[in-house]
Write a protein that binds this ligand. Structure first.
Ligand code: PMP
Length: 375
């Protein structure tokens, strides 16, 4: 099998699984129980939370555990809207976000919130002047992903944060789901950030919402005590412990891993079959892990299934998207033909050159076969 869909999800690391199992076996008590077993469980959660906070350079009290980035995104967007609706009804985002950003925003639009989309330039980068121009007295939130999930474009989060800081009534949220574990992220001037553990070889079903100290928000999920009052439910200790492990492993030798992915990225781009129907949408601002390619004349699903015949797995936009074309590719290129024919190949430091060779070989084979069928 050649798995080239690491940006959709990753296989759980063995060591992470071991820590999940060990924690499940040895610390099964509810961390909010007052007896000894509960106190021991709470101590372990606190230790893991501190480790996560240290890696992300934030405070442990700023970590809210959720079921994943979808819940984190929903929480921050709906909670800010509902808590601060008396301040204003204006939210700013981009055309390069994930559906777990668009869907809650669309939901809020029906409640009377106004959503604006900041311009991006020909490289997909947020136009900082346009952002400055769009923020007004009613703006309560700006939400912009650090890295776009389809094309991999990395936004200048620190510069964006500096602009938003000038407006004390406006919060800044960044979805770091595609950066976490692959890139160094500076969260100093960010108010909120969302992530999921399964993108960095952790387990599916846990995510984090980072909320900077002293910001008050209404919970989205009400109930009993958890690790924070913002998100109720029995603390998922084994998931928390394994997330700390996965994060520590992800940031070990990060430079070496990034350089390996950069080389694989370059090799793939240099050697992929070249003709006017094959257009690489990812650019110099994209992280090396994501290569978005439009294959004109062939439906993305058809290409995906053709490669699947060879046990090769890539993605089309459909796994997360609610549209028939890629909104991100449309925003970047302005071309519907490119947007409706894009596939995403996503790499890992675990990917080998042999796997890329095999992919290139079979990609060419599938392309030639499918194009000839159309003639
Ligand atoms: N945001 C981004 C940028 C993503 O790539 C994803 C996962 N595709 C999510 C949010 C949602 O993550 P999850 O499915 O783990 O909730």
């Amino acid at each position: 099998m050649i798995y080239l869909d690491y940006s959709a999800t990753t296989k759980t690391n063995e060591e992470v699984l071991t820590s999940f199992l060990k924690a499940s076996n040895e610390y099964f008590a509810n961390a909010n129980s007052l007896y000894k077993l509960g106190v021991e469980a709470k101590t372990l959660i606190d230790k893991s939370t501190l480790q996560i906070a240290n890696i992300l350079n934030i405070k442990p009290s700023e970590i809210i555990y959720t079921s994943g980035a979808t819940e984190s995104n929903n929480t921050v967007i709906k909670s800010i809207a509902h808590t601060y609706k008396n301040r204003g009804n204006h939210i700013i985002t981009t055309e390069l976000e994930h559906s777990s950003i668009y869907e809650p925003l669309t939901y809020l639009e029906k409640e009377g919130f106004v959503i604006d989309y900041v311009k991006t330039d020909e490289n997909g980068l947020v136009d900082l002047n346009d952002l400055d121009r769009l923020i007004n007295d009613d703006t309560i939130l700006v939400t912009i992903a650090s890295v776009n999930s389809e094309i991999g474009i990395r936004q200048p989060i620190e510069e964006i944060a500096k602009i938003i800081k000038k407006y004390p009534k406006c919060f800044f949220h960044t979805d770091i789901t595609q950066s976490i574990g692959k890139d160094i992220i500076d969260l100093r001037d960010v108010d909120f950030a969302s992530l999921s553990a399964h993108k960095f070889y952790g387990i599916k079903g846990i995510g984090i919402l980072i909320k900077k100290e002293n910001i008050v928000i209404e919970p989205l999920i009400h109930g009993g005590k958890s690790t924070t009052s913002i998100r109720s439910g029995t603390p998922p200790l084994p998931l928390i412990v394994s997330t700390a492990k996965a994060l520590r492993l992800a940031y070990q030798e990060l430079d070496i891993k990034i350089n390996k992915v950069k080389e694989l990225n370059k090799y793939l781009k240099e050697n992929i079959i070249k003709n006017e129907n094959i257009i690489i949408n990812s650019n110099n601002n994209s992280i090396p892990h994501i290569i978005n390619i439009s294959v004109l004349g062939i439906k993305p699903e058809t290409m995906q299934h053709a490669l699947e015949e060879y046990d090769i797995y890539i993605s089309t936009r459909t796994a997360c998207s609610t549209k028939d074309y890629s909104r991100s590719v449309m925003a970047l290129t302005g071309r519907e033909d490119l947007a409706s024919h894009s596939i995403r190949v996503s790499l890992s430091h675990l990917t080998t050159k042999e796997e890329i060779d095999e992919f290139l070989n079979k990609f060419e084979l599938c392309y030639n076969k499918l194009i000839s069928l159309k003639k």
